[in-house]
Design a protein around this ligand. Structure first.
Ligand SMILES: [Zn+2]
Length: 266
């Protein structure tokens, strides 16, 4: 009897259904698309924590980590955000309202018509998936297990199967895990690297061509700028628009941080 339990793996998200889904993405496809544009032959650069650059042909997919139901719930959230991110890339055609503000020479985009809890759901889903992934690409990204579990419960309790339910429910979400998130987007088109790694104690980064996401589980480890430009509960969600110069700096910093930071042995 115990043998059977070991063979059939349950979904990582709901923990109750069989993980029957194949080809699950850790980072949604729409966020990775541009990684492989304009390159001939098609590839992107992945930077490991030792600063080793390798060619990345495609974003890896994983089998048997989710059940079909959870995959569907994640998909609904991703579809919503693929539209939001398209708008953020080209505000002229946006259907929702955004406000651009300048704070200390830094452009900040306020996503006024999007429930902040939807952003938390989406960004936490990225962070959580990177952390639970068994793929080598996310080997250097792992959050503490009690926080991983806290985020899993948050996602599992609040993801919805239907788009309309998701929007409706998002207005009522309480108890969002209270950590520091800072989302940065370059102002102009860039060609970047892909990486997801622990960037320091209680500090995590996910880096794609279009976005850099920083996550801190302890206030003392969150840099002042990321606190200032980052997000706190119940406020309009903010996206930092990085100028070319600052994006380049960030790019270099990401690589440098990886070289400098050696993850302490658990
Ligand atoms: Zn599931």
């Amino acid at each position: 009897m115990t043998n059977k339990k070991e063979i059939i793996q349950n979904c990582n998200l709901c923990k109750t259904r069989i993980a029957d889904k194949l080809n699950s993405h850790i980072i949604p496809k729409f966020m990775c698309k541009r990684l492989f544009e304009d390159a001939n032959p098609r590839h992107s650069i992945q930077v490991s924590k030792d600063g080793i650059r390798t060619k990345l042909q495609d974003i890896p997919k994983e089998n048997h980590i989710f059940c079909s139901w959870c995959e569907k719930r994640l998909e609904k959230l991703e579809t919503y955000f693929s539209k939001v991110f398209t708008e953020v890339n080209s505000l002229q055609n946006a259907r929702r309202k955004y406000k651009l503000e300048n704070i200390q020479n830094q452009e900040i985009l306020h996503c006024e018509e999007i429930s902040p809890s939807l952003f938390y759901l989406f960004l936490y889903s990225l962070i959580w998936r990177c952390s639970i992934s068994k793929d080598l690409l996310y080997d250097t990204f792992s959050i503490e297990s009690h926080i991983e579990e806290e985020i899993r419960v948050f996602l599992n309790n609040n993801l919805q199967e239907l788009h309309s339910d998701l929007l409706e429910h998002s207005k009522k979400i309480e108890n969002v895990p209270n950590y520091y998130l800072c989302l940065i987007k370059p102002k102009y088109k860039t060609r970047g690297i892909f990486s997801a790694y622990n960037s320091g104690p209680n500090s995590y980064a996910i880096y794609t061509v279009d976005y850099a996401l920083f996550f801190y589980t302890n206030e003392k480890d969150c840099p002042i700028a990321h606190k200032l430009f980052g997000n706190s509960m119940n406020e309009t969600f903010k996206i930092v628009i990085g100028s070319d110069e600052s994006w380049k700096k960030l790019n270099n910093l990401v690589v440098q941080n990886m070289l400098d930071y050696k993850k302490p042995l658990a």
